[in-house]
Structure formats: C-alpha cells, structure tokens
Ligand binder design. Sequence first.
Ligand SMILES: NC(=O)c1ccc[n+]([C@@H]2O[C@H](COP(=O)([O-])OP(=O)(O)OC[C@H]3O[C@@H](n4cnc5c(N)ncnc54)[C@H](OP(=O)(O)O)[C@@H]3O)[C@@H](O)[C@H]2O)c1
Length: 336
Amino acid sequence: MKETLKYLTGIAGPSGYGSKTTAHQISLDSLSPSIPPSLLTAIVTGATSGIGAETARVLAKRGVRVVIAAKDLAKAEKVKENIKKENKKAEIIILEIDLSSFASIHRFCDHFLSLGLPLHILINNAGKYSQKLEFSEDKIELTFATNYLGHFLLTEMLIEKMVKTASETGIQGRIVNVSSVIHNWVNPKTFCFTNLLTPKNYNGTQAYAQSKLANILHAKELSRQLKARKANVTINAVHPGIVKTGIIRDYRGFITDSLYFVASKLLKSTSQGAATTCYVALSPQIGGVSGKYFADCNETHCSAMANDVTLAWKLLNQSRALVNKRLLPLPLGTKT
Ligand SMILES: NC(=O)c1ccc[n+]([C@@H]2O[C@H](COP(=O)([O-])OP(=O)(O)OC[C@H]3O[C@@H](n4cnc5c(N)ncnc54)[C@H](OP(=O)(O)O)[C@@H]3O)[C@@H](O)[C@H]2O)c1
C-alpha cells in the first residue's frame, strides 16, 4: 500500500528520486567533473523505439558516444536524425543486430570490436512479447532467445572489452539489464532450462515473465563472477515502470480494454520510463553497486526466485554450455 502510494504520488525514495523522475533529470544530476560524458561509450540495444530510444537520446544529449544496436536500420536512422536535430555534435553509430540470432550477435560484436572503441556502458534493453509460440533461427523460443539468451551472449562477447576499458581508463564499467516487475509472475514449475528453450505448453505472459526473471538472475550471477575476479564492472537489473510503448501494445489481448483504462492512470511517460536505466548507468550514487534490482531509481526487492543463488548459477552455466555448443567453429566456407 505504502509502495503504491509512493508510486502514484512520485514521492522520492532514499536516492532522492521517485516514479516521476525523468531520464533527463538523472543525466543532469549525474554530471561528474572527473568523468566528462564525452569520454564514455555506450551500447544500447532496442534503441529504435520506446524506453531504449529515450535512453539513447538522453545519453547522447549529455555527450556520451552511443552505439545503437538495431534490427531495423531504417528505424535506427530516424532515431539518429532526431538526436542530431537536438544536438548536432552527438556521436551516434548504428550497427545491425538481431538479438534472437546467435550469428547476428557474433557479427555485431566482430563489427563493434573492429572499431577499436572503448566500452563503458552496455544497456541490454531490447525486448519483445510474443502471444503465439514462435522460434528463432537457432530453434529457441523467440521471447527467451531475444530478451535473455541474446543479451546473455552479447554480454559474454563484450565483457572482456568492458573489463579492459575499465582498467585502462579507471572509469567503472556498467551493464544494465532491463527486466520487469512481471518477473514476479513466474511459475517455478515451468522454469527449467529445456522448457524455456522449447516450451511444452506455451503461454506468452509466462514466457515474457520467465525471460525477465532470467535477466535478473543473469545480473546477479555475473555480478558475483565479476566481483570474484575484482573487475571494475558492475551489472544490475531494472524495472522501468509501466510505459505505453510498442511492447505494451502487443499486450492488448492480455490486458483487456477496461483494465487497460485503469492501468493507463498508472503509466509512466517514456522519459520517466528511461530514468531508472539512466540512473543505474550514470549516477555516481551507485558507484560499485552490483547485482541489485532497481525500480523508480531506487534499489528495491525482487522475487525469491530472482534471489536464488543456485538457480542463477545453474542458468548461467546452462546458457554458457548452450552457446558454446551452438557456436563451435563453423565449417570453412560457411556464411554467417
Ligand atoms: N513498456 C513497459 O511497460 C515495460 C515494462 C517493464 C519492462 N519493459 C522492458 O523495457 C524494455 C524496452 O521495452 P519498450 O517498452 O521500450 O518496448 P518497445 O518500444 O517495443 O521497444 C523494444 C525494442 O526492442 C527491439 N527489439 C525487439 N526484438 C529485437 C531483436 N530480435 N533484435 C534487436 N532488437 C529487437 C525493438 O526493435 P524493433 O522495433 O525493430 O522490433 C525495439 O527497439 C524491454 O526489455 C521490456 O521488456 C517495458
């Protein structure tokens, strides 16, 4: 009750921010004389619409070099144009990626690494909700492949670059996994790796919730591993709030029109929706904080399953085993 009231009124939490804080406000407050944003490079996935586009815009406006990792290059060009209209000097690089395809993620990483740029911030934001059971080209259920496994592989392939950048520049690397409060809805009985890859009884809401739970488990376990090797890179998960974006439109069959009307009173603006991501990516307040879950720009509780250390360890090991098996060197002459 107290939490709902806080959300509706926008009362600030311990960080000094609340549900009504905007990404712009966070970026202004996060300016640090010791780390000019112009020194930073960020990759934002899913930056062609909704929360990701706003995150990219705000970061670029502050002077961060932004790599838009996009499936639809025409949409990415439009986002770039809009950012440039606001800030002619903004440095935006567009690189193609389809997060549901291991081969495409490989191409993206090869391309990015060949540019020789540093990497300080990785925002794993892209997401999809699929009402019907669909499979990726790697024959994995599409929501899990896109929202979790794709970001897992992307992070695996870029983590050494981030660790190196942090050690060379002394600037802490930050990874943000965009999750959702819906991770609380996971049915523990269906959360087993093979079932996530090829579900027996598909339910779009469960599939989405499971992928969002996996985003938090990924952040928690990788954070433990990064701490163990004393790497100066943090990884946290966030719930952006409920925002009327592309993803919520796909949810219409699930939220009936009457419920949607009530829910609309609770929706955040896109700028408010991007605030927690920007807070976790930029704010000096949480330097060194890793393996945590944030909402409304404050650390908050996640579900018992999301806090299950064994489950997180198992998920990461199984994910590593799967991608290693699928990505064994391809026969000579194979086109990726
Ligand atoms: N909106 C909410 O209320 C809400 C609540 C909780 C969590 N979230 C999370 O917030 C994140 C951003 O969602 P949003 O609300 O901003 O949704 P959105 O407007 O639908 O944006 C999703 C983005 O992900 C991209 N994407 C989807 N599939 C992709 C793929 N295979 N490869 C590369 N990019 C892909 C989309 O690109 P295309 O347009 O080209 O497909 C788009 O740029 C998601 O992770 C979502 O789960 C949203």
